[in-house]
Every structure is written in structure tokens, then in C-alpha cells.
Design a protein around this ligand. Sequence first.
Ligand SMILES: [Zn+2]
Length: 278
Amino acid sequence: MEIAPGVHSIPMPTWTFMGVYVPNVYLVAGEEAALIDSGFEDREAARSRIEYIKGLAPLKLAYIIITHPHPDHIGGCRAIKKATGAQIVMHSLAAAQARRGHRVTGDVLVEDGDVLDIGGIHLEIVDTPGHSPASICIYVKESKILFTGDHILGIGTTVVDAPDGDMTQYIDSLKKLLKYDISLICPGHGPPIHEAERKIEELIAHRGERERQVISCLRQGRKTVAKLVAEIYPELDQRLLELARRQVLAHLRKLVKENKVAVAGEEYALKETVRVIG
Ligand SMILES: [Zn+2]
């Protein structure tokens, strides 16, 4: 399915993954093509994607770019590489995790500002750590389309959970994207986003709001992560408890790093010298 000129969203059979968050796999076509992410390591899903790519012949797949080494993004890349001969591209920081966790070796290791040329189309690598330390976005210079992996999702907000996720980096990465002229965001999950700037500003505001909540809880005295979670998410589904715990921890670590909060054992306390407005 072509969602913008030269940009395909490759559908996968719906029965292969029943979750809400089906991963998106995109193909960008110049004289050659690049795949953005590869979905799960699911033989049927990979096969249907390979068929889709082969259906675009004589277009040749040159690269499979992995936005970050999580299983729903990197899982399918070995099968797709085997079938197409494309090179696997990932951030240099992702290489060790990809090899260890997914038995995937990066053929091309990239860093912030690197540009891949697929013949008339230039793909710029934008470092956006936060959701994971090695998360990247891919900016298509010609069409101003931004592929965001899990940094920005089409529905809701992404997971930034300590220790893998880093809230300081995540917010800095969002602010960095505001400097780009973006016509369309193609996220790793969910539908495309047309109002890029507004979406990014909303996400920054959402985290600011959550941070103010954490601070307001801390102001009432020393708090453990468990107490903060209970106050911030009073009616939380128990299955989401661990995730909420790690997200609150990511906020706390940001505040500790900024010297606004002190930590002693399991207890966190707002530093007295900090005056927080709001
Ligand atoms: Zn992820």
C-alpha cells in the first residue's frame, strides 16, 4: 500500500499478531529501495513481506534499516536479508544488543547525521535515544517524511522505562525533532501523523505534566516508587503495574540527574533548595 509517493506501508497478515500494536514496516523507493524495520521474527509475516518486496521488481532492496533492536522491529530482518541480499543498517550503539539478543549482525553501522543514498532519495539518520539507547529516526530529505520507530507512535505515547529507557534523552530527542521540517510522521505502530509539530509538542507537554505530578507527590514527603505509582495511577490494571513502575522510575532518574531529587535506598525526596513552579 503506497501511503505517500514512493513510500509503501507493507501490510502483514492480521492473524500473525493479535495485539493492538502491530509493528509497521515501510519501504521507501528511489532508484533502489530501503526497508524501515522488519517486524517480528515470524516466518509467515516475513514471507508475505518478502513477496510484497519482490512484487515491486525490478526495484531492488538495498537496505533494511532498523530503528532500534526490539523484537517487533528487528525480528524479521534475517529472513528478509536472506531473500533479498539487502544490507542491514543500524545504529552503532545497537550492534552489540542486536548480535546478542537477536543474532543479527549490522552490515552498515550508522550515526547521527549519516545519509544513505538510494538513488535520488536521501535518508538522514537522526539519533533519538530515549525509548531505547540506540533509537534512531530516519528523515527523507526530499519528501520531508520522518520515520520514528517507537520514538513517536501513531496512537498514545511510547514507553520510556528505566533502565533501558531514559526520560532526559527522550525529551531532548523530541525537542531535537522540532528543528526538522516534517510533512508526515510514519510511526513504528499506529497510523501516520500529519500534524508533526503539534504532535511533538503534545508529547513534550504530556511528559512535563507527568513530571509535575511526580514532583507534587514528592513534595508531600519521601516516597518510594510503589507509593508514587499508587498515587499517580490509582486505578491501574495490575498487568500494567510493572510498566508504570519503570516509567515512574525513568521520571525520577531524570529529576535525580537534574539534581532536583535525592535518592536514599528506595526513597526519593525533593531537594529543599528546588523551587518548582506549578
Ligand atoms: Zn521498541
